[in-house]
Design a protein around this ligand. Structure first.
Ligand code: FMN
Length: 176
């Protein structure tokens, strides 16, 4: 039975590709993939899982990808209870054109779901990244996994593998 829900919003497919790769690395038989644009109906879709991966690229200037916007407004209004849920975040950005808000959407999701009682895991070291500012950096680490296909496509595979090793410690159900 699937026990991990992967929900992602991705305008040009970069975060979507990483979502698929994550399912492959964690085991496709236990991951359900939801594209926020087509598959997300309401928070009951998420609350079916105790373990959630949320993917969101950054647009505008530090804003969440379009398909996350309405769900986050609904989150504020409906206030669903995410206590007991473990969430890890990942998302694409562009450090050269948008280094002033690099992958900041991850910080937005972090605050929103933490406020709903979730446990956020999967923080990632900032070393090896270049940026001016990121709302996704807390306690000197990114709150999830950032990647940049536009400028650093060659680094994504290694970053992903490093993050999956962290998830195996912090995220996966005990004993798996
Ligand atoms: C208009 C525009 C605004 C953007 N704003 C940001 C930003 O604030 N921070 C950032 O890190 N990347 C920003 N980006 C870069 C996107 O996040 C990047 O293209 C990413 O690969 C898109 O991923 P997706 O296909 O999963 O949506 C922006 C891109 C565009 C075209």
């Amino acid at each position: 039975m699937s026990n991990i829900g992967i929900f992602y919003g991705s305008s040009s497919g970069v975060t979507g590709k990483v979502a698929e790769k994550l399912a492959e690395l964690l085991g496709e038989d236990r991951c359900d993939l939801y594209n926020m644009e087509e598959d997300f109906v309401d928070f009951d879709d998420m609350l079916k899982y105790d373990h959630l991966l949320f993917g969101c690229s950054t647009w505008g200037s530090g804003e969440v990808q379009n398909d996350w916007r309405d769900p986050l407004l609904d989150l504020d209004n409906e206030k669903p209870d995410f206590s007991g849920k473990t969430i890890a975040l990942f998302g694409a950005g562009d450090y050269k054109a948008h280094g002033e808000q690099f992958v900041s959407a991850l910080g937005v999701l972090y605050d929103k779901f933490k406020a709903r009682g979730a446990t956020l895991v999967g923080a990632f070291p900032t070393d090896g990244y270049t940026y001016e500012y990121s709302f996704a950096v807390r306690d000197e680490k990114f709150v999830g996994l950032p990647f940049d296909k536009i400028n650093e496509a060659g680094k994504t595979k290694e970053r992903l593998e490093r993050w999956v090793a962290i998830l195996k410690e912090e995220f996966l159900p005990a004993g798996e």
